[in-house]
Design a protein around this ligand. Structure first.
Ligand code: 6R9
Length: 658
C-alpha cells in the first residue's frame, strides 16, 4: 500500500461527488440526530471504556452487574465486563415478555408461500422446550453444538436454546458441503448436531440430513446425538443410535427453562470464516460484549423502533445472520422477517412482494443481491407497493456507486436513507456506517466509524497517516466490546492474523481504505485484492466500478495476473445485460470496454484480458471467489474444492472451455 496521495487511479470512486443529506422528515423522528451523534462521539472520545460501560448497563440486562469495564491485562486478548453475568437468550426473550409478549417476534415465510408468526411469548416457549430437551441429552454450559439448518425460524430457536443453557453454538451455513461440515464439527469438538431433513431453495430440496450423514460417516466421533427438524417431510436415512426428531425431543418438555447466567466472557458462539490461507478459523465471540454492540448498533444504524418490521436477508450461517437476524433485533424487541427461499421464486418480484405483504420497514441486503435485482429490471419493483419501507441497508462488500444509485432511485424512490455498513465476522457488529438521521451519504462510502469505534489509515510500517485524501491499511485502534476474543483452539493464529503485523498495537482489518477530503472512508477491498500495475496501485473495486458503469455490463470481477513487464496485469471477468457476446461481437465489446475503463480511470487500468461469462463464481453468501478467479486468470489447473460455490458449473466457462 502506498501512503502517497492517490494518483489518478482512485478517480472512479473519488469522482463520486454526489452527497445525499438525511431528509427532514426522517431526522424529525430519528433516534439519533446530528446533535445526539456529536454528543455520543464526544462522550466516547473522552472515555471509551466508560462510554461502552454506560451503554452496557443501559441496554443489557445483567443478573450480576459488572464493575470491570475493560480488562487489558492479557492484551491483545481483551476482555470486557468480566465480573458481570448475563444471558443472551434472556436478553432477547424474557425481558420482553411483560410489555411485548403478544408482539410478533418472527414473521416467517417459506419459499412455497407458507407464513407463520411467532409472538415473543410463543418464541420463548419453543426456545425453552428445546433448551430443556438439550439438557435432557446432557448438553450444558460450554458444550459445543453445531447447527446446520435451513433459513427458518427454527434455526433461530436452536441458537437461542443453546444460548439459554450456556452451550456454545457454531452455525454452519446450509449451503456448505458435507466435508466442510465435518471439518467444522471436528475442529469445534461438538457433542450435538442440530439439522433438518432438508430445506427449500430454488424449487428444490436441499438435502441437509443426507449431507450430515455423510459428514458423520466414520468421522466426528465427538457427536453423541443428532436432532433433526422435520421441514420437508421427504424420506431420510435414520440412524437409531444417533438421530432424534426435533418434535419428539420437544414433545415432553416444559415451556419454562431458567436461563443459565454466564460470565460476560463466556463464549456465545463460534463462527467459522475463511482466512487468506489455511483451514477456516473458528472466530470466538463473547456473550456480554457481543450483545452490547449487536444491540446498540441496531438503534444507531437502523434507527430500530417499536413499529418496525426488520428484514435482513442474510442467512443465519453468516455473521450478519447472527447479529442482525438473531441477536440484535430480538434484544431490541423488534419484529424480524425470515424468508427461507431464493429471490427469484416464483419470479423476479419475490423480494418486492415480501416487502409489500409483510409491510417491511427496514431492508438490509448485500450489493451482490442489489446488482442481481437491478439486472432483472426496474419493472419488477415497480409492480409492488414498497411504501412501508423507511430505511435501506447494504453489507458484505463495497457497493459500487451505480448499484447504490439504483437502490436509491428504484427501491428508495429517492426518499430513503441508505446505510452502507462496513464490518466483519471478527468485529461482531457494524463498525462504520452512516447514522441515518445525521450523516449525509455518498454512493459507495461507508462514511465514518460509529461512536466508540476508532479507526486509522496506516502505512506499510504501521504509522498512522494524518490528514485527509489518503489511503492505506485500515486498522481499529481501540478495543471494542464485540471484538473477537480468539480463534478457537489457536490463539497464536489469532495474534498472528490480526495483531502482529503492526506490533500488536492495532486490530488489522485486512482491508485497504481511502479517506477522502471530508474524512469519509471508502473501502477499496481486501489488502490481497490490491493490484500493482506498473508501480501504480489499483483497487480491483474501482476497475469493476468503471466496467459496471458501462450500459452493457451487469457485473464485473477484476483480479491481477502476473505480467512480465508491468508486474501485474488487470484481468476482468464480465457478465453482460442480455445475451453473452461471442466471436467478433465479443472482440468488439472487449475493445469498447477497455476504452471505457481507460476513459473512466486512465489507461493504466485497462484490462489486458476480458472474459465474458454467464455468471461469476460466488460463495453461497454471495461473495465473488477472487482466489478462484486469480487461478483462472493465471491459467492454473483448478484443484481447490469448488463445491461450496453457488454455481460450480461456471468454472469451465470462465476458463474459456464452455
Ligand atoms: C459483515 C461481513 C468481511 C469483509 C470485510 C470487507 C467486506 C463487508 C463491507 C465490505 C465494503 C462494506 N465488507 N462490508 N466492504 N463495504 N459495507 O460481511 O463479514 O463475511 O466476515 O466479510 O467483507 O472486505 O473485510 P465477513
Amino acid at each position: 500500500m502506498s501512503s502517497d496521495q492517490p494518483a489518478g487511479n482512485f478517480q472512479s470512486v473519488l469522482d463520486e461527488q454526489r452527497v445525499f443529506a438525511p431528509s427532514p422528515a426522517f431526522v424529525d423522528k430519528a433516534r439519533v440526530n446530528a446533535d445526539a451523534l456529536a454528543a455520543l462521539r464526544a462522550e466516547a472520545a473522552a472515555d471509551s471504556v466508560g462510554f461502552w460501560s454506560r451503554l452496557a448497563r443501559e441496554h443489557i440486562s445483567w443478573q450480576t452487574p459488572f464493575t470491570v469495564g475493560l480488562d487489558d491485562s492479557a492484551a491483545p486478548n481483551y476482555r470486557w465486563f468480566t465480573d458481570g453475568r448475563t444471558n443472551a437468550s434472556a436478553n432477547c426473550l424474557d425481558r420482553h415478555l411483560g410489555a411485548l409478549g403478544d408482539k410478533p417476534a418472527i414473521r416467517f415465510e417459506g419459499e412455497a408461500g407458507d407464513v407463520r408468526i411467532w409472538t415473543y411469548r410463543q418464541l420463548h416457549a419453543e426456545v425453552c422446550k428445546l433448551a430443556n430437551g438439550l439438557k435432557s441429552l446432557g448438553i450444558g454450559k460450554g458444550d459445543r453444538v453445531v447447527i446446520y439448518m435451513p433459513h427458518t425460524a427454527e434455526a433461530v430457536i436452536a441458537m437461542q436454546a443453546c444460548a439459554r443453557i450456556g452451550a456454545v453454538h457454531s452455525v454452519v451455513f446450509g449451503g456448505f458441503s458435507a466435508s466442510s461440515l465435518r471439518d467444522r464439527i471436528e475442529d469445534a469438538g461438538a457433542r450435538l448436531l442440530i439439522t433438518a431433513d432438508g430445506g427449500r431453495r430454488g424449487g428444490n430440496i436441499v438435502e441437509l440430513k443426507k449431507a450430515a450423514d455423510e459428514a458423520l460417516d466414520g468421522a466426528c466421533k465427538s457427536i453423541e446425538h443428532v436432532i433433526v427438524f422435520q421441514r420437508t417431510g421427504h424420506p431420510v436415512q435414520w440412524n437409531d443410535k444417533l438421530d432424534l426428531w426435533w418434535h419428539d425431543v420437544l414433545a415432553t418438555q416444559p415451556a419454562q427453562c431458567d436461563p443459565e447466567w454466564v460470565e460476560a466472557e463466556h463464549p456465545l458462539f463460534l463462527l467459522y470464516t475463511s482466512g487468506s490461507t489455511g483451514k477456516p478459523k473458528g472466530i470466538q465471540h463473547s456473550t456480554g460484549g457481543y450483545l452490547v454492540n449487536a444491540t446498540v448498533s441496531c438503534q444507531w444504524v437502523f434507527d430500530l423502533q417499536g413499529s418496525d418490521v426488520f428484514w435482513c436477508t442474510a442467512d443465519i450461517g453468516w455473521i450478519t445472520g447472527h447479529s442482525y437476524v438473531t441477536y440484535g433485533p430480538l434484544a431490541n424487541g423488534a419484529t424480524i422477517l425470515i424468508y427461507e427461499g431464493a429471490p427469484t421464486v416464483p419470479d423476479a418480484g419475490r423480494f418486492w412482494k415480501i416487502i409489500q405483504d409483510h409491510k417491511v420497514t427496514i431492508f438490509y441486503t448485500a450489493p451482490t443481491a442489489i446488482r442481481a435485482l437491478m439486472r432483472l429490471g426496474d419493472e419488477w419493483p415497480a409492480q409492488y407497493d414498497l411504501s412501508s419501507l423507511r430505511l435501506l441497508g447494504s453489507v458484505g462488500e463495497p457497493i459500487n456507486p451505480e448499484a447504490w444509485m439504483w437502490y436509491h432511485r428504484v427501491v428508495g424512490k429517492e426518499r430513503l436513507p441508505i446505510v452502507d455498513t462496513w464490518w466483519q465476522t471478527e468485529t461482531g457488529a457494524i463498525m462504520m456506517s452512516p447514522i441515518p438521521g445525521a450523516t449525509p451519504t455518498k454512493p459507495g462510502s461507508c462514511t465514518q466509524p460509529l461512536p466508540g469505534i476508532f479507526v486509522e489509515v496506516v502505512d506499510e510500517a504501521g504509522t498512522p497517516i494524518q490528514g485527509n485524501n489518503v489511503g492505506g491499511y485500515l486498522v481499529i485502534t481501540k478495543p471494542w466490546p464485540s471484538m473477537l476474543r480468539t480463534i478457537w483452539g489457536d490463539n497464536a493464529r489469532y495474534i498472528k492474523t490480526y495483531w502482529e503485523q503492526f506490533g500488536n498495537q492495532y486490530y488489522v482489518a485486512g482491508d485497504s481504505t481511502h479517506r477522502d477530503d471530508d474524512g469519509y472512508y471508502w473501502i477499496l477491498g481486501r489488502t490481497d485484492d490490491v493490484l500493482n500495475v506498473s508501480g501504480h496501485r489499483l483497487g480491483t473495486m474501482e476497475v469493476e466500478s468503471a466496467l459496471v458503469s458501462h450500459p452493457r455490463v451487469a457485473e464485473a470481477a477484476v483480479v491481477g495476473r502476473p505480467h512480465e513487464v508491468k508486474g501485474e496485469a488487470v484481468f476482468a471477468f464480465v457478465t453482460v445485460r442480455g445475451k453473452r457476446p461471442e466471436g467478433d461481437e465479443a472482440v468488439a465489446l472487449a475493445k469498447e470496454l477497455r476504452d471505457h475503463v481507460a476513459k473512466q480511470i486512465g489507461a493504466i487500468a485497462k484490462p489486458d484480458d476480458i472474459r465474458f461469462a454467464d455468471n461469476l463464481p460466488k460463495t453461497r453468501s454471495g461473495k465473488i471467489m477472487r482466489r478462484l478467479l486469480r487461478s483462472i486468470a493465471k491459467g492454473e489447473e483448478i484443484t481447490s474444492d469448488t463445491s461450496t460455490l453457488e454455481n460450480p458449473g461456471i468454472v469451465a466457462q470462465l476458463q474459456g472451455k464452455g
